[in-house]
Design a protein around this ligand. Structure first.
Ligand code: GCU
Length: 836
């Protein structure tokens, strides 16, 4: 059995350990590789200094061609250049071999790749560009794209960074793949192996900077020991052309430096920052710059001293300027204590209100970093109006690769289509084409700087993000930062070929799964622009729509018995629509022209309001939650159709997650539908909501050692209650006789898997064990855990094809552990084709 697995693996071209650590850089053998003769036999690198990206490119070419073709290349010399791959800067090439036509077309970080003629030329404008060209060439080879090419590729924008929200203690805010690769126990890590590997992955998608620590920054990063540690990180990243940057805490001069102020206009503060910046640059001369979150969510900032945000940003700009450093200053500034009884109050207005009057007041090396939408990485938001407000300020777009509000890497959500909608959105400033992508590149408003920041939050998990399929998001982030005109599906398919090989069925299946994943997630979480209806006060994972309202965070839905949505019109609401240039403002101001998918973002309407589809808002809610959850079920079947076409390790890993998603999508569906059904008291025309004929509620069974428990929020449990063991040491049983007709069923058990215990369960029919399992998802899924019975911990396990005889005794036994009282919600007996 093992042997045949190995043979299948070789045939399919799987590298030995398919644990995901190689990402898309697997260099797996190309089928029929021996029939390709066009690969040169040597590599000439035009710089052999070990820390040089050109040297890295040479190493990578050796490794890649060895893996893909099984061919060992020699290191060539400049005299016999025919039949060689020549890699280096354009300048170095010109010095050795004379001019070439395309030299003048290559821009900073760009490259020329040519496979025409007897040599392969990979020539960068700089060394980093040469490395990008080598990775591009290898990507083509690995995908079997062996046609002759000759082209220049230039970046759309100079700043293509990731942000990592890593804390010095090794934890990661909104990270779902284990602890930090950068920090542990308050210091920079001693082992930079994975840092270098991460830099390699990022270089291959043309990312040129990493901010290594959390925007909620800890000033002790600036200790002498940590500055030296940062130097080691930068040393590990340098051969890949990836520059290091750090997040700063605005109050550092006081909390860390011992001054009695952090006023940005105080000369001692200015001098303090200049001094620490000089120390950092002495260790890391090529440091990228700083990222600053100020006066946001409790972080200190210049407003404490009545100084403007621009005055705060410019203080860092002055310190970094002599070293060529850039300041990324975040526009995520808002008051989190606003009052919902004020109809005109609106967090979505905050960024424009804070920054509008500062346009043109930032130093040239400051870039204002703007989240894609006005609130916070929701499943759907309009583009932030700030992109079109700042005309004399450089800007960058902030995207989230880590799926904070989008399933935390346990739900498949391919994000490139979401990002593309924003990047391609035309804000029509001054009635001229003003796509977000052209604003953040600097092109539209003729700014010197601009680009993208992607919050990634990789961890020590070998798969980097905790989910193999989520890696398509990191890959797409880099490529879109380089060229936002690329097609989301084409990027995805390149990634699939590189990650899973060349089988057309694999390509087609993962493409289909991924392309429908964002619409499905939107359908079963929050649609019509109402935001992801998750618990915004706790883990941002499972459903809890009530948490969006009645607090100062301003992610309001304003849902009551009759109506829902934020009125952001100028004529009657918060005026947010008016923050957009007139052509766009008119579209959003009018309910008739507002697209349905943003209806509730801009308008407050009755549940009975009819959409363009003709459906009422409430019926659309019900239907789309059913549709989205149904799609989530099909993802499992699609993935299962790839068994034996994917290596075992990654197949099982993904199957586990897809199965979890399918169960959790049902939790979302029922929870959201139940919440709005309860609030509006409007029936689902299809009579599905609140009506579950295939379920046996645990609280209706005969309980021994178990007791009923009212779940909070009520809609996270079927029938609002579940059962928990009577104490944390009692084994509980719940029994009943099955009243369903005899036949074959999938039997599903919905239960709650909390952190803080690993309960054990057994499901029996007439004393025959159908299955037993442990509540240990906290070890298997990286999402933020919950200590409660709620929409985050609610989950499902399914036993397929069970023969059931009417009258059988159904018994669930639960052994509590720690604080987890073996909670059970219900059991479903699902005839073929039914999901409930
Ligand atoms: C979100 C996120 C926080 C993060 C913040 C930010 O609110 O939940 O964890 O710190 O965004 O982007 O600064």
């Amino acid at each position: 059995m093992l042997l045949s697995g190995i043979i299948v693996g070789l045939f399919l071209g799987f590298a030995s350990g398919e644990d995901g650590s190689a990402g898309w850089l697997r260099y797996a053998p190309l089928p029929h590789a021996s029939s390709y003769h066009s690969i040169p036999s040597s590599i000439i690198a035009l710089n052999n200094t070990k820390s040089s990206p050109v040297y890295t490119a040479q190493q990578e070419l050796h490794q890649g061609i060895q893996g893909i073709f099984g061919k060992t290349l020699s290191n060539g010399t400049s005299t016999g250049k025919d039949g060689s791959i020549i890699v280096g800067t354009a300048h170095a090439y010109q010095k050795s071999y004379g001019d070439f036509d395309e030299a003048g077309d290559i821009e900073e970080d760009g490259y020329f790749l040519s496979t025409e003629g007897r040599q392969v030329l990979i020539l960068g404008q700089n060394e980093r560009g040469a490395l990008y060209g080598a990775f591009d060439y290898l990507s083509r080879l690995a995908q079997g794209k062996l046609d002759t090419v000759s082209y220049v590729s230039n970046p759309h924008a100079p700043i293509r960074w990731t942000n990592e929200w890593d804390n010095l203690d090794g934890s990661i805010e909104r990270g779902y793949a284990g602890p930090s690769i950068f920090f542990e126990n308050g210091f920079v890590t001693g082992n930079t192996t994975r840092v270098a590997e991460y830099a390699r992955l990022l270089a291959s998608i043309r990312i040129n900077g990493i901010i290594v620590n959390n925007v909620n920054a800890n000033a002790t990063l600036l200790s002498a020991r940590n500055i030296d540690g940062l130097g080691r990180l930068a040393d590990a990243m340098r051969p890949y052309g990836v520059q290091l940057g750090i997040s700063l805490n605005f109050a550092s001069p006081q909390t860390f430096g011992g001054l009695n102020t952090f006023d940005p206009l105080d000369p001692t503060v200015d001098a303090w920052w200049a001094n620490i910046t000089n120390q950092i640059y002495a260790r890391i001369p090529d440091m990228a710059g700083y990222l600053v979150k100020a006066n946001s969510e409790g972080q200190p900032g210049p407003l404490t001293y009545n100084r403007s945000l621009a005055e705060g940003a410019n203080m860092f700009a002055r310190a970094a300027k002599p070293h060529g450093g850039i300041i990324m200053f975040r526009a995520f500034v808002y008051d989190n204590h606003i009052n919902e009884t004020n109809w005109k109050a609106d967090r979505a207005n905050a960024a424009v209100e804070f920054f509008r009057d500062l346009d043109g007041k930032f130093d040239d090396n400051v870039v204002v970093q703007i989240k894609y939408g006005p609130i916070d990485f929701q499943v759907r938001e309009p583009a932030s109006p700030l992109f079109s407000t700042l005309r004399n300020t450089s800007t960058a777009i902030e995207l989230q690769v880590t799926q904070e509000y989008l399933g935390q890497q346990t739900h498949l959500v391919y994000l490139a289509p979401l990002w593309k909608e924003i990047l391609e959105f035309d804000l029509q400033a001054d009635n001229r084409s003003s796509k977000v992508k052209d604003i953040v590149s600097g092109e539209r408003f003729r700014r010197p700087l601009g680009g993208s920041a992607g919050v990634v939050n990789v961890g020590t998990n070998l798969s980097w993000l905790g989910s193999h399929l989520a890696m398509s998001n990191l890959y797409a982030y880099g490529l879109l930062a380089w060229d936002p005109a690329l097609d989301a599906e084409e990027i995805l398919q390149d990634w699939i070929r590189l990650t899973f090989g060349h089988d057309p069925k694999v390509l087609e299946t993962i493409t289909d799964m991924s392309m429908k994943s964002w619409p499905a997630y939107e359908n079963y979480t929050g649609n019509l622009g109402i935001q992801t209806l998750t618990d915004i006060l706790y883990t941002h994972f499972g459903p809890n729509p009530a948490t969006l309202d009645n607090n100062g965070w301003g992610q309001w839905t304003r849902a009551d018995k009759f109506s829902i949505g934020m009125d952001r019109t100028v004529k009657n609401g918060t005026g947010n629509a008016g923050q957009y240039p007139p052509a766009v403002a008119n579209v959003y101001e009018n309910i008739e022209t507002t697209p349905d998918d943003l209806l509730l973002w801009f308008h407050h309407v009755n549940y009975t309001h009819r959409l363009k589809s003709g459906k009422t808002v409430i019926q659309h809610f019900y239907d789309s939650h059913y549709e989205g959850a149904a799609t989530a079920q099909t993802l499992v079947k699609q993935w299962e159709s790839l068994q034996n076409k994917i290596d075992g390790e990654r197949y099982e890993h993904v199957l586990f997650r897809q199965t979890f998603q399918a169960g959790h999508a049902l939790v979302w569906r029922d929870s959201i539908n139940q919440f709005y059904h309860n609030l509006s008291e409007i029936e689902d025309q299809a009579k599905r909501v609140g009506n579950h004929p295939y379920r046996i509620e645990a609280e209706k069974m005969t309980l021994s050692g178990y007791k009923t428990y009212s779940v909070n929020p009520f809609h996270a449990a079927s029938g609002t209650t579940a059962i928990v063991t009577a104490s944390n040491s009692t084994v509980g049983t719940a029994t009943t006789n099955v009243t369903f007709e005899s036949g074959t069923y999938d039997v599903a058990v919905n239960y709650f898997d909390l952190i803080g215990g690993k309960s054990q369960y057994e499901l029996q029919l007439n004393n025959r064990t159908i299955g037993s399992w442990t509540g240990d998802l906290e070890d298997k899924l990286g999402h933020a855990p919950s200590i409660y019975l709620d929409g985050h911990s609610a989950t499902r396990i399914t036993f397929r094809n069970i023969t059931v005889v009417k009258g059988d005794l159904l018994k669930i036994s639960g052994r509590p552990d720690g604080i987890e009282p073996a909670p059970v919600d219900y059991v479903s007996f699902l005839p073929p084709g039914i999901v409930d």
